[in-house]
Ligand binder design. Structure first.
Ligand code: S3P
Length: 449
């Protein structure tokens, strides 16, 4: 039975802003599916646009971020069907054939769109491109991709010594390099992999720890020559490549599943099945940590769908215990730290999160955002330079909190509100549409009062 666990209200001062009013007293029960994986959706659109022939995509995420990617590549000549169903067709334009766009390319809020696209644009000779994004994206560091691209011969200009968007790119024939990335970042790795597609020779990227490998899997499916050495966390792309259109099936996004995994684990009486979740081992840190915390969770029907591991996940409420989250697992759960911080509040004992200073340069400073907003609800959570320290056994009170325009912060706070006494109002809640347009509908489907 659906209840008014959450009501959506428009901001009286700005119609584009909505807030959510959340009142708890219930449990989560039932079986759901979740939207398509955001990382895989971006890559399918980009590779489809660059490949020769048609790519069909089933299960594409219909969120704001993939829409930004689709719009950018349409402006450069790729034909991408309307994103009004999750079955999308892309008529590729052929590698090296992107047209100079007549307008500034707008990546919106999407770091993946901007960083991956930079590798593609920088390697398209004889064209000038200009790229920008929203206020959040314009403040995020682009030097991490601009510098290695410059080592390959790219010509890129931007504010603050070419490290901030808006950026201008004059495409060049690039040279392959071996790049030792100081950070484990799939966006950096994938940017350089895209740049390597049109070079002659081997572009090698070595990371300090393994980041998500969706690009490696999908590049190979489209026909690129990709070799992975997991011992040394290295990937080699040998160019020039020839890409051919593919039939892609996008699994459900484990980063979206994480909200329900944690909600079910912390709200007494809950029992939830989440079907068709992508469980690529480079993404399953959240499952490892929840298991370590004592969650009652099982994976069923494990299978491989279009080159990506997929499973159904069953989770029930159980008393969690505090843990330490640090080191090599961090890139495997980088986007799930806000919601894991919520899980930690209801665990027995202390949870410490370290080695996560990357969270300061996501869509918002997620360490500050989570600490300050959860404190408003009465949580004992302290911000560290590279993480959080969270006291468990919390008893939260509803409060007025804000998402900072960050989808994952907003949805994490909404889940915390399910276990708070009284009413929580979440401002700038519309940010959820970046990665999870039907979050509210799914909450209402699951909620039993
Ligand atoms: C992503 C990689 C991660 C992640 C982001 C999506 C991707 O970023 O946080 O949401 O699709 O490659 P970094 O690679 O910068 O850590």
């Amino acid at each position: 039975m659906s209840t008014d666990v959450l009501t959506v209200q428009s901001s009286p001062t700005d119609a584009a802003n909505t807030h959510w009013v959340i009142q708890s007293q219930g449990t989560l029960q039932g079986k759901i599916t979740i939207p398509g994986d955001k990382s895989i959706s971006h890559r399918a659109l980009m590779l489809g646009a660059l490949a020769a022939g048609e790519t069909t995509i089933k299960g594409l995420l219909l969120g704001e971020d993939p829409r930004s990617t689709a719009n950018c590549f349409r402006a450069m000549g790729a034909q991408i069907s309307e994103l009004n169903t999750d079955h999308v067709q892309v008529q590729g334009i052929g590698l090296g054939q992107l047209q100079e766009p007549p307008e500034v390319l707008d990546a919106g809020n999407s770091g993946t769109t901007l960083r991956l696209m930079l590798g593609i644009l920088a390697s398209h000779p004889h064209r000038l491109f200009t790229v920008t994004g929203d206020a959040s994206l314009r403040s995020r560091p682009m030097g991490r991709v601009v510098k290695p691209l410059q080592q390959m011969g790219a010509h890129i200009w931007g504010r603050q010594d070419n490290t901030l968007a808006p950026l201008a790119i004059r495409g060049q024939a690039l040279q392959p390099i071996h790049y030792h990335s100081p950070i484990a970042s799939a966006q950096v790795k994938s940017c350089l992999m895209f740049a390597g597609l049109m070079t002659t020779g081997q572009t090698i990227i070595t990371e300090p720890a393994l980041s998500r490998d969706h690009s490696e899997r999908m590049f190979a499916a489209f026909g690129a020559d990709v070799a992975v050495d997991s011992e040394t966390c290295s990937v080699t792309v040998t160019g020039p490549a020839q890409l051919h259109g593919q039939a892609i099936i996008v699994p459900g996004d484990i980063s979206s599943a994480a909200f329900w995994l944690v909600a079910a684990a912390i709200v007494p009486g809950s029992d939830v099945w989440i079907e068709n979740v992508g469980v690529n081992p480079t993404r399953t840190g959240v499952l490892d940590v929840l298991q370590q915390m004592g969650a009652e969770m099982t994976l069923a029907n494990q299978r491989l769908v279009a080159g990506e591991p997929v499973a159904d996940i069953h989770i029930k409420y159980s008393q969690l215990r505090g843990t330490v989250i640090e080191g090599a697992v961090i890139p495997r759960l980088i986007d799930e730290i806000p919601i894991l911080a919520v899980a930690a509040l209801f665990a027995q004992g202390v949870t410490t999160i370290r080695d996560a200073k990357e969270l300061r340069v996501k869509e918002s400073d997620r360490l500050t955002a989570m600490a300050t907003q959860l404190q408003k609800m009465g949580a004992r959570i302290s911000e560290q330079p590279d993480g959080l320290e969270i006291q468990g056994n919390a008893s939260l009170q509803g409060a007025e909190v804000e998402s900072f325009g960050d989808h994952r912060v907003g949805m994490s706070l909404a889940i915390a509100a399910l276990n708070a006494k009284g009413i929580t109002t979440l401002y700038q809640a519309q940010a959820a549409a970046i990665s999870y347009p039907n979050f509210v509908a799914t909450l209402k489907q699951l909620w039993q009062s």
